[in-house]
Design a binder for this molecule. Sequence first.
Ligand SMILES: [Zn+2]
Length: 303
Amino acid sequence: MKWQGRRRSSNVEDRRGQGGSQRSRFGGVGGFNPMLLAPLIKLLFSKVGLIIVGLFLVVTFLTGNNPLTIISQFFTGGPVQTETSAPYQGTEKENELAEFSATILANTEDVWNSLLDNYRNPTLVLFTGSVSSACGTASSATGPFYCPGDEKLYLDLSFFNDMERQLNAPGDFAQAYVIAHEVGHHIQKIMGITAKMDQLRGQMSQTEYNKYSVRLELQADFLAGVWANHSQEMTQMMETGDLNEALNAANAIGDDRLQKNSTGRVVPDSFTHGTSEQRMRWFKKGFDTGDISQGDTFNANPL
Ligand SMILES: [Zn+2]
């Protein structure tokens, strides 16, 4: 893809290096044990406790510093560093992927604002390790996801690495497809499809609901294809081989393929995203037509 030098979206929240990552310097030591609370309160009201509190106040008054900070500095040999104080230092490759993602997001904004009157831009949250969202806390193992509750896309850039190495789905356009797919879920939220799905959830068995989930996911693939069509018309970003990168990725993350790789067998009833063939076909349909009205996966028969 010829993506460099284009507009980057400002709707990006960079939460890399915060919470949940295994980068904590004080891993495990910093947790507070509630069992310590009772003896602490007792100590506070004893004479010794009063003297300690008095000393704390004197030190604070004289130095303007929290005495705990001073004690901590004494033991660690330097000023206390909180984890969130330093900006995340990504590798060169990570930072390039962050720029790439912001550029693709900007392009989805341009395309969808031109196609939909009521479009509103979602936010892209970059994270490492785990992240909390309006949909709960998620770890990187979940893969990229969209949370309708806060209208944000959540992405750990290491997923792109996994795609390349574990799923054998390399390429920048494959990565763009992943972002465009999550944006597709955002469009479903705007169109009220997500709300309808939530209603259905309580009315049927899991197996029955999974069938709707497949249709929802295939529609997000279709919408990613529609984006690619209009993006190409607007920017000519795509190069030879790019379409195949996306189709290869859609093929690699089909439920049947993923299940076969992990369990060695395929259980169609538990599909929630669609088979490799279905995912490729719906993406391709969106790309070929560029027409949102062609994407009614809920009434398509056969799917
Ligand atoms: Zn999805």
